[in-house]
Design a protein around this ligand. Structure first.
Ligand code: ADP
Length: 572
């Protein structure tokens, strides 16, 4: 500001000099003239005071503007510094002081270069030198030290101008670009990462298996070309999609329970290995085997999953086919083994039959032949002596022995036919009652003294069955009952529309408990009948005939009390 006192005394002396040469001081000044002058002076004085007032007001306004400018200068969002030609700080605003962490008094009149490294100071020196020469300063960056600690990068703009004294000065604006620089670094890093990602993507695209990156929200962040090709999608169609919702086939059908689904999804993503079905764009379902790697963030929390997947549809199918094939093979082997065992058993039975036949033939067949031979010799003798009546008894014995012989041969023949499966069933309709009575009559020759047969029938009369086979069955059971007992034998028949039941009961020897389970085995005979003739074939033949009819045989026997054999045959 201009000093008020010196300025006004200066003006005073100039005014007095002017007044001294004025005609007002001359002797020719009249009273009227003087009054007129006085009036003029008063008007001027008032006019001057008014001008003074205006000036004072203008000065106040200027001071206000100056204060506003100072505030603007100090509180501007960027730092301002005015440097003289020597690079010393003439003025600095508060923002710049704050940026540099320094008080204004510590920097005024000091070189700005004192607040930076030697290198940076050199840059500033050269820039200023050029600017003062050319009158232009291009923007540049400086690393400026802070008074307290560290430094900050500043972007510097500047202009060259003259101060009121006409001296060159440089006005600088200074902006902290730490964040800009960090953003630039981040941008560069981001770009580098992007490049890395693209490189990885290129490598992964070459991989023959599916690679997939799923974020913590289960969204697909990355998928390689193999995955796109396999599932039939463009990459853009898959990126950002929920992995489970978009590609995974129904998850155990728990559509209603969203919590359960969410829980299971998390488990799946956490499990290192997983197999699941993926639905392709064309609707095809692929079985995929996945290996999962959990990706962890800095805090250790899960940020995603990297999955490597292999299409195992064909392999699984082959394995399944293999399993089915193996299972079938095992089944076939089992069946074949059973057949072989059966065949072996059959062969064994045939061998047993052969050896048993030899035993029976040597014993059972020899007996009737011996009887026949001895009877023939005796008949010859009686004939030579002319005692013909005595021969008749022996002729009867020969007949009976031949019958017995034929019966045994018949049994062998039946067994052979049953074994070969060459027995034919010839059904015909006949009356049951006279049929059984006929058998009873035929058997009378076997009755022991005091022995008789009682036959009763209940139910229907006619039936449709093979009479020859039925006769054979009844004959076998009835002859056993007569053979192994001395008292009466009861035969009962019950005929219903669809069922025939016949029971033959005696009060004879009975069968020992330990022999009962083997009664139906060919050639098996109980211990208590060794002294009675028999081949052990009858019951086994009966049982096999009944099997041909779809019927069965049951018995009850108590040793020493008797036995009851019951057959049942379904009638069609
Ligand atoms: P067998 O020619 O010896 O009579 P079967 O096969 O007819 O042969 O009978 C087998 C065995 O069953 C007989 O040897 C006998 O021990 C026993 N058995 C069969 N029926 C009777 C019965 N009614 N009473 C006692 N034992 C019987």
């Amino acid at each position: 500001m201009v000093e008020k006192g010196s300025h006004s005394s200066n003006l005073r002396s100039k005014a007095e000099a002017k007044v001294g040469t004025s005609p007002l001081g001359g002797p020719e000044l009249t009273m009227d003239k003087a009054k007129e002058l006085m009036h003029e002076l008063e008007v001027h004085q008032v006019e001057l005071e008014m001008q003074n007032q205006e000036l004072r007001e203008a000065q106040h306004r200027l001071e206000d503007i100056r204060d506003q400018y100072t505030d603007l200068f100090d509180f501007a969002p960027i730092g301002y510094i005015i440097l003289n030609k020597k690079g010393k700080v003439e003025k600095i605003n508060l923002t710049a002081c704050t940026l540099m962490g320094i008080d204004r008094t510590q920097i005024i009149k000091r070189p700005l270069s004192a607040f930076m490294s030697a290198n940076e100071a050199r840059v500033l020196f050269l820039k200023l030198q050029e600017a003062f020469q050319k009158g232009v300063l291009k923007p540049f960056e400086l690393e400026i030290n802070r008074n307290d600690s560290g430094s900050f990068p500043a972007l510097v703009h500047g202009t060259i101008s003259k101060n009121i004294m006409g001296q060159l000065q440089c006005r600088l604006s200074m902006q902290n670009i730490t964040e800009v620089k960090q953003a630039r670094i981040l941008q560069r890093q981001h770009k580098a990462l992007q490049n890395e990602k693209e490189k990885i993507q290129q490598y992964l695209d070459l991989a023959p298996i599916v690679f997939l990156l799923i974020d913590k929200d289960q969204k697909i962040q990355m998928i390689n070309q193999k995955g796109c090709n396999l599932f039939g999608y463009e990459r853009v169609e898959l990126l950002g999609q929920n992995w489970f919702d978009f590609l995974i086939c129904n998850e155990n059908g728990k559509e209603d329970d969203s919590n359960q689904i969410e829980f299971e999804r998390k488990i799946k993503l956490l499990s290192p290995a997983l197999e699941c079905k993926v639905r392709c764009k064309n609707g095809e379902e692929l079985i995929m085997s996945w290996r999962n790697t959990t990706l962890l963030g800095k805090n250790g929390d899960q940020i995603g999953v990297l999955s490597a997947g292999e299409d195992i549809t064909v392999r699984t199918k082959l394995e399944e086919d293999n399993q089915t094939y193996t299972a079938n093979l095992e089944l076939k082997i089992e069946e074949r083994t059973k057949e072989l065992i059966k065949a072996l058993e059959a062969e064994k039975r045939i061998n047993d039959l052969k050896s048993n036949f030899i035993t029976i033939a040597s014993h059972e067949l020899r007996t009737p032949i011996t009887i026949v031979m001895s009877s023939i010799i005796l008949i010859e003798r009686y004939n030579n002596l002319g005692q013909y009546e005595k021969s008749e008894k022996h002729i009867a014995r020969i007949k009976s022995s031949v019958d017995h012989f034929v019966n045994i041969l018949d049994d062998f023949l039946s067994l052979h036919q049953l074994d070969k499966g060459i027995i034919q069933i010839n059904k015909e309709v006949f009356d049951l009652e006279p049929f059984v009575e006929g058998i009873v009559t035929d058997m009378k020759g076997l009755l022991k003294k005091g022995q008789h047969i009682i036959y009763t029938h209940t139910g229907s009369k006619k039936l449709n069955l093979d009479p020859k086979i039925l006769r054979n069955i009844i004959l076998n059971l009835l002859s056993n009952a007569l053979k192994y007992s001395s008292d009466q034998v009861k035969i009962k028949s019950f005929l219903k529309k669809d069922n025939l039941k016949i029971s033959i009961e005696d009060q004879g020897l009975g069968i020992p408990d330990e022999d009962q389970e083997n009664l139906f085995t060919s050639f098996y005979r109980a211990k208590n009948v060794e002294h009675i003739q028999g081949t052990g074939l009858g019951l086994s033949i009966v049982q096999r005939y009944l099997e041909l009819f779809g019927g069965n045989i049951k018995y009850k026997s108590v040793l020493g009390e008797g036995s009851i054999f019951t057959i049942e045959i379904p009638i069609y």
